[in-house]
Design a protein around this ligand. Structure first.
Ligand code: PEP
Length: 257
């Protein structure tokens, strides 16, 4: 059975008092989750607060970026080993905002995923096309290139420890969501690419959808057979929205029921 996940990406938002209220409310509401892992990926300075607030709860936590290097003179960077010390289980790598604003390319993203896996955590590897790429009909080619970079660097066996997230760039933070059918089509094509390299990887890899997921559209997206949950930006900062989205992931059946 494929793991279902609902992952909040707080981006560069939050403050100590706001976080505390959000974390406490989410942790209390998630006690009844049956099959879905709920995760919050918070800014680095809030990891200690998050660890303290969520310890012993059903909610896991993680980071939004990591260095590909284990240690060294890399001012301003944070290593995977450091994240592990704060109890992180997940790290988002290759978010389109990192690719767009910080110049991260496919190989850097693959190396970051490797650093996360080596430190015993789960990378959430983001892929997705821009609006102009979708309009030019090259969505599957672009996503295929991004997936191939991860497969080439990590190998299919290691990639079994990762989560993938399909996030069309045109849907992130825009209020414009891919339709369930659009999401399903890309998820199925990613699964096909993975299966070509390794049948069980195609079958087992959790693939999340991200891009303006809200309480109002989560259930229909998560009901698609190849969508195993979501990566949620803006709506993860609003407790009741995020709680509803996590419940939608838990209550929809996806492939395995
Ligand atoms: C994201 O940050 O990964 C994301 C999908 O953002 P939003 O849900 O706000 O579109």
């Amino acid at each position: 059975m494929r793991q279902r996940l609902a992952v909040g990406n707080w981006k560069m938002f939050g403050s100590l008092p706001e976080n505390q209220a959000l974390l406490d409310t989410v942790a209390a509401a998630m006690a009844g989750l049956r099959k879905t892992i709920c995760v919050v990926c918070v800014p680095f300075p809030y990891l200690a607060q998050t660890q303290a607030a969520l310890a012993g709860s059903k909610v896991a936590w993680g980071a939004q970026n990591v260095s590909q290097h284990p240690k060294g003179a890399f001012t301003g960077e944070v290593s995977a080993g450091m994240l592990r010390e704060f109890g992180c289980r997940y790290v988002i790598v290759g978010h389109s905002e990192r690719r767009q604003w910080f110049g991260e390319d496919d190989r850097t993203v693959a190396l970051k995923a490797k650093a996360v896996l080596t430190a015993g955590m789960v990378p959430i590897i983001c892929v997705g096309e821009t609006l102009s790429e979708r309009e030019s009909g090259v969505t599957e080619k672009v996503v295929g290139r991004q997936i191939a970079a991860a497969l080439d660097e990590l190998g299919s066996e290691i990639l079994k420890g990762a989560v993938l997230a399909y996030e069309p760039v045109w849907a992130i933070g825009t209020g414009r969501t891919a339709s369930p059918e659009q999401a399903q089509a890309v998820h199925a094509s990613i699964r096909g690419l993975l299966a070509k390299r390794d049948g069980s990887l195609g079958d087992l890899a959790p693939i999340l959808y991200g891009g303006s997921v809200k309480a109002a559209n989560a259930a229909e997206l998560f009901a698609m057979p190849d969508v195993d949950g979501g990566l949620i930006g803006g709506a993860s900062l609003v407790a009741q929205e995020f709680i509803s989205i996590c419940r939608a992931a838990d209550q929809t059946s996806g492939r395995d029921g």
